[in-house]
Design a protein around this ligand. Structure first.
Ligand SMILES: NC(=O)c1ccc[n+]([C@@H]2O[C@H](COP(=O)([O-])OP(=O)(O)OC[C@H]3O[C@@H](n4cnc5c(N)ncnc54)[C@H](O)[C@@H]3O)[C@@H](O)[C@H]2O)c1
Length: 430
């Protein structure tokens, strides 16, 4: 039994971030209580099952058998925990302002059970200042003092769904506390669970680290998408250019163009910083520009579909379009903010008959979109007027796709090609 065997960790929010952390902690010998307002999530975990692709059900089952993990919707039990980690969603509102309502609700529950000696860690991605401005006053309203009676830290989660190499346990973890004693308490706790801990001087530095990482990706994806649009105008194959640039052993990092930004983080997190800076009268120009370019990419893809159909003397209206992949990235089933949904909506608006095939997304239930994935048969491929590769799942047979389709728009450079440098590289057939 490790020295953590008497520690109880409460994890508020058992989603993509909270559940892997729960497993990591349980396997290190910590007693984990997972709190979730969604009763079906609680039932799944208590049944020894998993609703997160990267977390094997066998891990949960084993931890359940060992009595290391339980899930509950009863927030009053937060008082039983020595450490509480908050992993609730931080979406944007309809007007693209931060929606910290989940953080507020979770903080209220934590405050009710707050007691002397407790360590509270916010892990949800948010704008610099949230921990100090939102959590701290609510927790100190209990009469307990930070750095003395309880400790408060921010520690961003860096989980990369579907990544076979880097997972919660071996990804370095940044942590910053409200006081030095808070940081020390946070480091001491996580040090026993994870391989590498990176302490920083404040909660704001930790909050901003996460936003910098995701802004870095959003801006570089924006840059490579714009370069792809430029290459298209010049008749140059962007993927040939990227592959050549990537042979430089220093000073270049490969990013690839695609149908737009997707996922729960990259399209959203930078806007948390933009919002914060608007309150300080500063415009975050790189973020705005990257967002503008990235959100135009679905329109560009639809233009390519239109061009491919035009070559067959057909219009989008009435055309049969088959989308290959709707998840926001390879080999996962997550469609949050997926640009494929924008492409789908734009094509439907233009009168296309759209079907999709995605082995990871058996059905789509968005507000306005209810569709079932079709099986990727030769017939489904040859029936379509045009197919569009939107997600480069490794299970797709790209050779057969290329053979069967009448026309193919490939937004991921996934289909086989022997004509590098031919230009017009988005329409690979038709
Ligand atoms: N998904 C990722 O890859 C990723 C990576 C790094 C950081 N993040 C950040 O981590 C945070 C959580 O993201 P996620 O992807 O795990 O979200 P998620 O939607 O997968 O899971 C969040 C869970 O929190 C629960 N919940 C909501 N309000 C609650 C409350 N008041 N009390 C208890 N449970 C509550 C929900 O029911 C849900 O099960 C976000 O801030 C996100 O930006 C996500």
């Amino acid at each position: 039994m490790t020295e953590h065997s008497s520690t109880t960790l409460g994890i508020v929010g058992l989603g993509y971030v909270g559940l892997p952390l729960a497993v990591e902690a349980g396997q290190a010998g910590v007693n984990v209580i997972g709190f979730d307002v969604n009763p079906s999530v609680v039932d799944i975990v208590n049944a020894g099952e998993s609703h997160i692709q990267d977390v094997p059900a066998s891990d949960i089952e084993k931890l359940r058998e060992d009595g290391r993990i339980e899930a509950t919707s009863d927030m009053t039990r937060l008082g039983e925990c020595d450490v509480v980690s908050i992993c609730v969603p931080t979406p944007l509102s309809k007007t693209r302002d931060p929606d910290v309502s989940y953080i507020l609700a979770a903080t209220e529950s934590v405050a009710e059970g707050l007691h002397s000696g407790q360590l509270i860690v916010l892990e949800s991605t948010t704008y610099p200042g949230t921990t100090r401005e939102v959590l701290l006053p609510a927790l100190e309203a209990t009469g307990l003092k930070v750095g003395e009676d309880f400790h408060l830290c921010f520690s961003p989660e860096r989980v990369d769904p579907g990544n076979p190499t880097w997972h919660t346990g071996n990804t370095p973890k940044v942590i910053g506390g409200i006081t030095e004693a808070c940081t020390a308490a946070g480091v001491e706790f996580y040090d026993k669970l994870l391989d590498t801990i990176v302490p920083v001087s404040s909660t704001e530095a930790a909050e901003m680290t996460k936003i910098l990482e995701n802004t870095f990706r959003a801006v570089n994806i924006g840059l490579v998408n714009e370069t792809a649009l430029i290459a298209e105008r010049l008749g140059v194959d962007i993927w040939e250019v990227i592959e050549a640039a990537d042979t430089k052993p220093f000073g270049f990092m490969k990013f690839t163009p695609g149908p737009g930004l997707g996922g729960h983080c990259i399209p959203i997190d930078p806007h948390y910083l933009s919002w914060k800076m608007r309150t300080l009268n500063y415009k975050t120009r790189f973020i705005e520009l990257a967002s503008e370019i990235n959100s135009e990419m679905p329109y560009f893809v639809v233009d390519k579909v239109r061009e491919a159909l035009n070559r067959q003397k057909k219009s989008v209206n009435g055309a049969r379009v088959l989308l290959l992949g709707v998840a926001y990235k390879r080999d996962i089933g997550d469609v949050r903010e997926s640009p494929a949904l924008d492409v789908l909506r734009l094509l439907i608006e233009d009168g296309a008959e759209v079907a999709y095939s995605d082995p990871f997304v058996p059905s789509l239930h968005e507000e306005d979109l209810i569709l079932e994935s079709v099986e990727l048969t030769d017939e489904a491929l040859s029936d379509a007027d045009v197919a569009v590769i939107l997600t480069d799942h490794s299970g797709f047979d790209y050779v057969s796709i290329l053979q069967q389709v009448r026309a193919l728009v490939d937004t991921r450079h996934a289909s086989p090609r022997d004509d590098l440098g031919a230009g017009h590289s988005w329409i690979v057939k038709g």
